[in-house]
Design a protein around this ligand. Sequence first.
Ligand code: DOR
Length: 431
Amino acid sequence: MTRILVRGGRLLDPSQERDGAFDVLFEAGRVVAVGEKLSAEGAEVFEANGAWVAPGFVDLHAHLRAPGQEYKEDLSSGGAAAVAGGFTQVACMANTSPTNDDPSVTKYILDRAEKESAAKIRPIAAATRGLEGQVMTEMIALREAGAVAFSDDGATIMDAGVMRRVLEYSTLVGVPVIVHAEDCHLRGHGVVHEGAVATKLGLPGNPAMAEEIMVARDVQLAGWTGAHLHVAHVSTAGAVETIRRAREAGVKVTAEVTPHHLTLTDAATLGFDTSTRVAPPLRSREHVEALRRGLVEGVIDAIATDHAPHATYEKEVEFTEAPPGMIGLETALAVCLELVREGVLSPLELVRRLSTNPARIFGLEGGSLAVGSPADLVVIDPDRAWTYDPGRGYSKSRNSPWADRAMTGRVLATFVDGRLVYNLQRGVNAE
Ligand code: DOR
């Protein structure tokens, strides 16, 4: 039975409020000891040499495209991209083909993931059949098949009566309902944030109010039903304020924000780069500042990638015709380290939002390196300089605004259940 000692690192474990020089010992896939200068007797040693050692990241929001759109991504490439980015668990969205609205699809995803993915895959099932916002899915059967949450993703449930029922039934299974909050009528054909940049580009705008009004509706419904609402990729100042007030009033609401909404503004779209077309759109500076404040204050609990792969031929079209989305699993850490360098978050607080909080929100084991936890662990060099080349990455797609950009901070190694599944020198599944 392999015993591994990760020695000489700076342990960042928010679940134990630990930030310091500790070794981590694991055996049979579980952490068996954490302490200063642990004995290496009978163990293989992984020398961390001062690098950061943290619980593996947990992504609450990724599109892994299987089944049905494996030309964009599959569970093997998505799982590899995940562990190369430090993610040991990834929740995958239901907008697959067929939709994940039936236990047979949920089981298929889990079965394929078991065989193909280096990361643990946690399927999110649809809240309504075919993401059509009308007929509820069989939530209990989907939960029993392994779904960790319910969501219609980009297809907002516009009928408040259906949304009420979805929230009510979710309390029977005790998992969150995730909303991509956007009033589709207010959004109209908007493809960029409604404001000066949209006017300059001559592109139709998507107003902040389209998100703000729907978050307001959904926290009301969550308060009424007592359900757990999770707001995906918050992008507006108004939504942050609504979530803050709802939480203060006792509503069970949690929220995530993406690395791109935290670091890019709508100005990134000025060159018509279609990889900057995302839903919700990149917003103006004031919104980005509000998201950062919300993240620091804990109104927004987690950072999630919304990794959304699309083929190059699909993105190499007019801006209005390009499907929304950018990939993010392999760049999330380096992009988020900007927040540490700018003094917005400490390293420990960043790990809390990438790992400990997301695990807690979905009720997943993980997000901790306390004794007894799964040995899901990431080793990070926060100062490592590199250039991101999506063509040499693990995702099948290349739609990233950070392509060919200089990055700082990189994952050196990732362990899942005590197994070294990624190492910067040798790649994925190197042991
Ligand atoms: O940017 C996005 N891409 N937002 C969504 O809601 C869907 C996603 C996708 O599936 O590509």
